[in-house]
Design a binder for this molecule. Sequence first.
Ligand SMILES: NC(=O)C1=CN([C@@H]2O[C@H](COP(=O)(O)OP(=O)(O)OC[C@H]3O[C@@H](n4cnc5c(N)ncnc54)[C@H](O)[C@@H]3O)[C@@H](O)[C@H]2O)C=CC1
Ligand SMILES: O=C(O)[C@@H]1CCC=N1
Length: 282
Amino acid sequence: MSAPVIGFIGAGNMATSLIGGMLQQNVKPARLLASDHNPEQAAKLARQFGIQAHTDNARLAEDCDVLLLAVKPQVMQQVCRALPARKPGQLIISIAAGIDCRSLADWLGTDAAIVRCMPNTPSLRRQGVSGLFANANVSATQKQQAEQILNAVGISLWLEEEQLIDAVTAVSGSGPAYFFYLIEAMTAAGEQLGLPRDTAERLTLFTALGAADMAVHSDVDASELRRRVSSPGGTTEQAIKSFANDDFPAIIARGMQAASRRAAELAVELGSSDNATSEDTP
Ligand SMILES: NC(=O)C1=CN([C@@H]2O[C@H](COP(=O)(O)OP(=O)(O)OC[C@H]3O[C@@H](n4cnc5c(N)ncnc54)[C@H](O)[C@@H]3O)[C@@H](O)[C@H]2O)C=CC1
Ligand SMILES: O=C(O)[C@@H]1CCC=N1
């Protein structure tokens, strides 16, 4: 399989993470293109990564084998409808939260080969994780292309049911923000306990890194690892009791349910399925 040219529409946070990660994995800059309606954003990406970036979505769509849609869900319909005839055999990858394959196919053409994907920002450090779902038009070769792109920046997992992308969004798409929030809170609490801010931050960051690395490489689950830190009658036990009293697991579950619910709401607010239903209704 010859290396495909990958074009990004939308040169924001997520495109930056994916492109930055791919370049670290020795993907040739000449294979990556980007367009953004904001000329400054396009120029910034071109400068940062030495790739071709401009403001012409239509030209970009004609030039690439894989078209990666990295704009906000709110502008996805307008962006898709403004694209010309696609390059034959082109694979579309959409990373937008909440926008389903049916809507994308309505806007791009029912023959479009679409992979819906939910990556995350640690892709920039090649530590990303993505959930992928392919529509019926995607060939085995195109599935491999999608996998190669996402595996260059981390790991990817295929899903059998498209609906599960909303759960992936709640777990790993939004997930980095939950850990950043915990880092903020632990740093602030360490400072309240008397540590200089920098010291509290470094202790927190390296604890997060060490704990995640240990959990990823462990042959026992997180609850056993937690038990091993918690000496009976010791300090950790007191902290965990306090968290449990405040219903920590329920707090996390409610937040993640809210994220998943929002993804489903976006599908209704911005997708074509709902419009189609109301237009069909006499
Ligand atoms: N930020 C994250 O952690 C994640 C975001 N996503 C999804 O990725 C998509 C992009 O999100 P971000 O990168 O965070 O947003 P962003 O706002 O950083 O980037 C979007 C870019 O699209 C550009 N844009 C807007 N309208 C355009 C148009 N008509 N033509 C070309 N470019 C246009 C904007 O100028 C901006 O640079 C969203 O759909 C989001 O749901 C998915 C996973 C994680
Ligand atoms: O917050 C959002 O809507 C996007 C999707 C997952 C992460 N960021």
